[in-house]
Design a protein around this ligand. Structure first.
Ligand SMILES: Nc1ncnc2c1ncn2[C@@H]1O[C@H](COP(=O)(O)OP(=O)(O)OP(=O)(O)O)[C@@H](O)[C@H]1O
Ligand SMILES: [Mg+2]
Length: 172
């Protein structure tokens, strides 16, 4: 991560914390938001030969600020690609039930230690075994804050050596 984007990310977190961001929400396609994020990570996934794909469902309309929701999903997908070995996969599933919408981001990566799981959404937390020297540990805290500002919540299920699932749920 370059110096200026590090500062930009810290500023984003500070502003989200201080609640000084006014989200410009409108009814917009959730599927389209995710497609735009996946397009922006296509090149990165290719460099690691990772199969990055969307398992779409019928269109979901969500009251959202697309710019910020892309930031939220982008941080998660970036992590998934970073923690997945060559030739693995990062898949996104979008589901709809009568009461909620779910976005599941599933990687076949290194997984997260059970003891680390309660901490990964905390700011500046990086797992002890993180292979990235230049990471700061704020990506997931930014994502969580944005998702909660959209009446959503984020959960994670992971198994060491098997992979990680991030489950994002929005109330209808
Ligand atoms: N998909 C994943 N697989 C394995 N570990 C993960 C995954 N996503 C996150 N983690 C762990 O959670 C930690 C926190 O992630 P977060 O995105 O907040 O910070 P970061 O990626 O280390 O730094 P930053 O995103 O600020 O550059 C990571 O350091 C990593 O240890
Ligand atoms: Mg990150």
């Amino acid at each position: 991560m370059g110096g200026s984007s590090l500062i930009q990310n810290i500023l984003k977190l500070v502003k989200l914390d201080a609640k000084t961001i006014s989200f410009a929400k409108k009814e917009d396609s959730l599927n389209q938001t995710i497609k735009e994020v996946l397009n922006s990570f296509e090149e990165f996934a290719k460099t690691k030969n990772i199969n990055l794909k969307l398992n779409d469902c019928e269109n979901i309309v969500l009251f959202q600020d697309r710019f910020w929701l892309k930031e939220a999903f982008g941080n998660i997908i970036k992590n998934c690609i970073e923690h997945t070995d060559e030739c693995g996969s990062v898949e996104v599933f979008v589901k709809k039930t009568p009461v909620l919408y779910k976005v599941i981001i599933k990687d076949t990566g290194v997984g997260i230690e059970q003891s680390d799981i309660p901490n990964i959404f905390n700011r500046f937390y990086k797992s002890g075994v993180s292979n990235k020297k230049d990471s700061v540990g704020i990506g997931l805290s930014i994502s969580k804050s944005i998702i909660e500002s959209h009446n959503g919540y984020i959960d994670v299920v992971s198994e060491k050596g098997v992979g990680t699932n991030f489950i994002i749920t929005f109330m209808k």
